[in-house]
Design a protein around this ligand. Sequence first.
Ligand code: ATR
Length: 291
Amino acid sequence: MEINGKTRTCGLIGNPVEHTLSPIIHNTLAELFGHNLVYVPFPVKEGGLAEAVAGASALQLLGLNVTVPYKSDVIPFLRKVDSLAASIGAVNTLVSIPGGYKGYNTDMEGLYRAMMTEGIRLADEEIILLGAGGASRAVAYLCAVKGAKRVYLLNRTVDRAKQVAKEVNASVEREVIVPVALSDYDSLPERKLLAIQGTSVGLSPHEDQAVIEDEAFYRRVHTGFDLIYSPWETRFMKLVKKNGGQAYNGLKMLLYQGVIAYELWNGVKVSDQEAQIVYDKLKARFAGPSD
Ligand code: ATR
């Protein structure tokens, strides 16, 4: 693509941004669609967020992604916030609207679409969710909003799980999230359930760790979805597979959060085939086995 006087710019604000894979996603999509668009990282130092958003608006940047540590802090600087993002309290995508930006949470919509493409349902399901930090809290909202029957929210610090359950249940006006101490996993139903791994345990370089080691737990899991994608196959995933379940890593979630942002910025629909081309490029970054 030739960069010229009509090139539109999108980018990522965060700190740090050096390791982002998002330029691969958006610049590949721009190439596939023949859009005159570039996507670049913009490191924003502490204290610089308000100026960054105002500056982006002044420069008429088409859209931005937002990453750590600004996903919640950015909200006061937006003109509008989508309802799912508002209830989660975190925004990762800004879309240019008259006078500023509207914030969305495509992380969660991306997780949802990744699961849909793998045939994993949330509606009417009983789900085990491991962790109650920022990532798992957002997943708890997603499961509740998408109609899960029940979510057993397991966390080492049970008070944190109770807090998330209280917030989400109040927001959706039903008792969908059930807080459980991580050590009490034995109290879960004997049936096989979907388990979503949202803790930081197992993240590279601590690849030899899983938040629960006991194989008796994994015998209750028919499908394990880890939000982590580095390493390619986490110990959680290995334990799920060893006990007869299907296991997925978080790379498709990363893919689809980007795909949905791209769709919002450009008013297009990315096909499964186009998404697969981007996925293959992302996957080439990992020395994992093929799937
Ligand atoms: P994020 O925003 O990525 O979710 P976070 O808010 O720091 O990060 O949350 C990390 C999650 O991993 C929490 O659920 C944390 O459990 P606690 O709330 O008890 O701290 C969980 N976690 C991290 N290390 C853990 C460990 N060694 N064992 C069990 N859970 C762990």
